[in-house]
Every structure is written in structure tokens, then in C-alpha cells.
Design a protein. Structure first.
Length: 173
């Protein structure tokens, strides 16, 4: 099957750099730009898995649990086989992460269960070409990636919001 290059990038980030925030950014942008591809629920499910990992690694187990629950619900409505993942194994993994969050157990990196072995090999090959190690654990991930959303420069977002509020206030007059 032919997969979007953005999805390949997501899978590589997910399994190498463990930059789950970047995973979220990549697929969210793709999902919004391709609303007619028929895979929207699956892209959101993948985003939720990455965000769940992001939150859980930062010990926000409540947020992680919500994301995993939502991902599991989406997975039960769609078949992840359409994006090369094993739905049965992924459901088991999500249930394990939900239980771990509820029991306050230690965080564990997920390795998504590939059904499409050609996709897995493609991702591993591309990761190696980029000088990245497949299956890298979060223990070696720098803090600026682990806490990325709190450390990023949001001045452009804040300025855009302020400009929108000023425009709205002007329009009301």
C-alpha cells in the first residue's frame, strides 16, 4: 500500500526520536490538509497515541489516560489495518497503557504493532538513512523534547491571538 510521506515521518519520529509532540504536529497538519482521504479517524487515533505517550512520559497520567481511551474508542470504530497497524495488538497495548496510568505504574515507550511488514522495513531503512536508531528509548531523549510544549516559543501564537481579539473588538464598534 502507498502511505503518505507524513505518516512515514510520524512513524519514524515515534520510534526513533520519541518526539511525540512532533508526531502530533506532523499528523495534525496532514489530517487537516487532507480531510477527504477517508482516514481522518485513524490519523486522529495516531495523534492521540502520540499525545498519550507525551503526557504519560511527563507523568500526566490523567491526560495520558484520556488520550489512550480516546484512541482505543477510535480504533474500535475503524480498522488500523488501513494504515498498516495490527488493530488487535494495538488495542491490547492501549489497554495496557490505560491500566498502567490508572495504577500509577512507570512509563513505557510503545512500539506500534506493524501489520504491514513492508511499511516497517521502509520506516527502519529511512530512519537509518537519517542516522536515527529504531526503537530508541525515552531514557536517552533530551529534556527539551520531553517538555517541548512548555519550552517552545509561542510569541507568534500569542501575537496572532491578540491581533484577532483587537480586530474582533474593532468590528463590534
Amino acid at each position: 500500500m502507498n502511505y503518505p510521506s507524513t505518516y512515514i515521518d510520524y512513524l519514524i519520529e515515534f520510534h526513533t526520536t520519541r518526539d511525540y509532540f512532533e508526531c502530533h504536529e506532523l499528523l495534525e497538519e496532514y489530517w487537516k490538509e487532507h480531510p477527504q482521504d477517508g482516514l481522518g479517524k485513524l490519523w486522529v487515533m495516531c495523534i492521540q497515541v502520540a499525545v498519550g505517550q507525551y503526557h504519560e512520559r511527563r507523568e500526566n497520567r490523567r491526560g495520558a489516560n484520556r488520550m489512550y481511551q480516546s484512541a482505543l474508542a477510535a480504533l474500535q470504530q475503524e480498522t488500523s489495518e488501513r494504515i498498516g497497524l495490527d488493530p488487535t495488538q494495538l488495542a491490547v497495548m492501549l489497554k495496557q497503557r490505560i491500566e498502567a496510568c490508572e495504577k500509577q505504574e512507570a512509563y513505557e515507550d510503545m512500539l506500534l504493532p506493524f501489520l504491514d511488514k513492508e511499511l516497517l522495513e521502509l520506516c527502519k531503512k529511512e530512519a537509518a538513512a537519517r542516522g536515527l536508531s529504531w526503537g530508541q528509548e525515552s531514557a536517552s531523549v533530551p529534556d527539551f523534547i520531553i517538555h517541548r510544549h512548555t519550552l517552545r516559543d509561542r510569541s507568534d501564537v500569542i501575537a496572532a491571538r491578540q491581533a484577532a481579539l483587537k480586530a474582533k473588538a474593532r468590528d463590534r464598534k
